[in-house]
Design a protein around this ligand. Structure first.
Ligand SMILES: [Zn+2]
Length: 315
């Protein structure tokens, strides 16, 4: 979910997808909305002509979109080697089985779907474990386990032979606003640790581009990640203040922190508030301030997005 108005990229024009780097093309799904921003970004990875593509997040089970994805993979790469899911949410995963089946039917070669969750894998697709190297023609593609937005969230580090690396972030970092941590599947402590880790990866691997699951690509990753952290810190502090004022349930927190929130944003806001409450409960008597040095501080635990200023992201 995003908090429009909060990000460094608020003025970015509408995202339309297309070729972004020599080894990454976005095919944008036509499912824009409050929770999906410009629509789901399906990523077709690999050097054109070097072999079948890796397709990340096929998106919704939509004829026109899946046709466009398959066409991009076929025209430039000769087909699909495998499908990879950054996490289980339907706006990323619902089209995976059909895309893999259609792609396999076109060439006679099985196309696996690889995912953290076993119920989403297809055609003997294996799981995704931190450090896995995926077979991507003309680039290195490495799995980073990055739980938080969901328990099964991964990011993918894309390193071409020459030039800077890119990081596919799924819903962990979005192209606009901020992401949502949907309690209880999502975990705010995990999410904060993930943001710290991504900041280190950006430094260590010379990442100069984030390729999110929704919204425009982000060309300056370090400030974006710093903004995400400070946003979370601010949100958790707001929730802590609401608790001190007597709020005890997610609904009560939302009523205090986001008075006048549009009804359609209340449910995601309450999931986020629940994530913050769980984090605060974990701090217990120690209190917010004492937890900061641990890294998962009060820091940001915010939740995410569903802010009156914001537009949400996925459910
Ligand atoms: Zn999601």
């Amino acid at each position: 979910m995003s908090g429009r108005g909060a990000g460094p990229d608020d003025l970015a024009p509408p995202w339309r997808g297309g070729r972004v780097t020599p080894v990454a093309r976005c095919v944008l799904a036509t499912n824009p909305g409050p929770m999906t921003l410009d629509g789901t970004s399906t990523w077709v990875l690999g050097a054109p002509g070097a072999g079948p593509a890796v397709v990340v997040d096929p998106g919704p089970d939509d004829d026109a979109h899946l046709d466009a994805v398959l066409r991009a993979a076929t025209d430039e790469h000769g087909g699909v080697a495998c499908v990879v899911l950054t996490h289980h949410h339907a706006d990323h995963s619902a089209g995976a089985r059909r895309l893999a089946g259609t792609a396999a039917g076109a060439t006679g070669v099985p196309v696996p779907v690889r995912a953290v969750r076993a119920d989403l894998r297809v055609a003997d697709g294996r799981g995704l474990v931190d450090g896995d190297e995926l077979p991507c023609a003309g680039a290195r593609l490495t799995v980073l386990a990055t739980p938080g937005h969901t328990a099964d969230s991964v990011c993918l580090l894309l390193r071409p032979p020459d030039g800077p690396a890119a990081l596919l972030t799924g819903d962990t970092v979005l192209g606009r606003g901020t992401s949502v941590v949907a309690h209880p599947d999502g975990d705010l402590g995990d999410y904060l640790a993930t943001l710290d880790r991504l900041a280190r990866v950006v430094e260590d691997e010379d990442v100069d581009l984030l390729l999110p699951g929704h919204g425009p690509v982000l060309e300056d990753p370090s400030p974006v990640l710093a903004h995400y952290r400070s946003h979370r810190r601010h949100r958790v502090e707001e929730v802590a203040a609401a608790v001190r004022a007597g709020a005890t349930t997610p609904a009560e927190v939302v009523a205090v922190v986001y008075p006048g929130l549009a009804p359609e944003l209340r449910a995601p806001a309450e999931r986020s508030a629940a994530a913050a409450l769980a984090l605060l409960a974990g701090f217990g008597e120690a209190g917010l301030g004492d937890a900061e040095p641990g890294g998962v501080g009060p820091g940001d635990a915010g939740h995410s997005g569903a802010r009156a200023d914001g537009v949400g992201r996925d459910a």
